[in-house]
Design a protein around this ligand. Structure first.
Ligand code: MN
Length: 307
């Protein structure tokens, strides 16, 4: 599948940023960048045209078409010169699903938050009107506005693994994906225990192969097994999008609470600014202080505590 359209100037930078991690080191002639993200190859050309190729080209394209609509009020019809697609609507528009997603695994400071959410078919319209979508398309301000309302509408459960608990768990487990699997399973279990939901699928935003996911849960007694694992599930299922928004909201809240306690603004991510702030905290409070607010297994710890 190939989808091409011209992208507005104010979206280009967002697009480059979004696919940064998946960018290829080489690019075809006249291209600004080319990225290979899961099942899709994305090429942005100097002319402003962007091309999505591959099995999930429509899913990737949809992110940006939606952003053109939201930011520029631009409706782009990509079906003009193409044969009709039988299944062009993302399934989550219509289905009742349960989804889970985690936040904070790429951030040195702050907890890991995993949420599971139930979105019934009847609630989908309400959520779309509220602005629920792939949380990567939302600013922190938008998240703070949408999440509290969302949490009133849908059933959900969240687990916040604070830094001391994370660091203790990591010492035993030494595997981030195992920690994620345990938390996803917990969140799904406790949501399923809340009520007898009617749903088509339970979807986990895939971070590891299914076999590996269940291997990580080998020591766990109660396991949710009827799971569909999908990459980019946030843009395919409203329940995963909702879980992601709630997780992000709780993460931001926790990070600002920690910032207030330690009287330092703790930045997101794991880059050089994070190193700077971490160094200050290490000098003042030592490793013990760092262990209360940071994920010690990250490389940042070695960089910061080096003599
Ligand atoms: Mn995810």
């Amino acid at each position: 599948m190939t989808i091409v359209f011209k992208v507005s100037d104010n979206i280009k930078a967002k697009m480059i940023n979004h696919y940064q991690k998946a960018a290829k080191s080489t690019k075809p002639p006249y291209a600004v960048f080319q990225a290979n993200d899961a099942d899709t190859v994305i090429t942005l050309y100097e002319s402003g045209k962007v091309m999505f190729q591959g099995l999930s080209a429509d899913i990737d394209a949809q992110i940006w078409l939606e952003m053109e609509r939201r930011i520029n009020n631009r409706i782009i019809d990509i079906n003009q010169k193409k044969e009709p697609k039988p299944n062009s609507k993302p399934s989550w528009y219509l289905d009742s699903t349960i989804g889970s997603d985690e936040v904070g695994t790429g951030d040195y400071f702050g907890p890991i938050v995993v949420s599971a959410a139930y979105v019934s078919a009847e609630n989908t319209k309400k959520l779309i009107t509220l602005g629920v979508c792939d949380s990567k398309l939302l600013t922190d301000e938008q998240i703070k506005k949408i999440a509290p309302q969302l949490m009133q509408i849908i059933p959900y459960t969240s687990f916040v693994l604070d830094n001391p608990s994370y660091n203790q768990m990591y010492e035993q487990v030494a595997n981030l994906n195992k920690i994620k699997a345990i938390l996803h399973n917990k969140a799904l279990l406790s949501l399923l225990n809340k009520a007898d939901f009617t749903y088509q699928k339970i979807v986990v935003d895939q971070f590891v192969y299914p076999q590996k996911y269940f291997a990580h849960l080998a020591d766990t007694t109660q396991i949710v097994r009827n799971i569909t694992f999908e990459t980019k599930a946030e843009s395919r299922y409203l329940s995963v999008a909702a879980a992601s928004i709630i997780s992000r909201y709780l993460f931001l809240k926790a990070l600002s609470d920690l910032s207030r306690e330690i009287k330092v603004n703790l930045p997101l991510g794991a880059g050089t600014l994070v190193d700077q702030v971490a160094k200050e905290i290490f000098q003042k409070h030592g490793l013990a202080g760092l262990s209360k607010i940071a994920k010690l297994n990250f490389k940042n710890t070695y960089r910061v505590t080096e003599k």
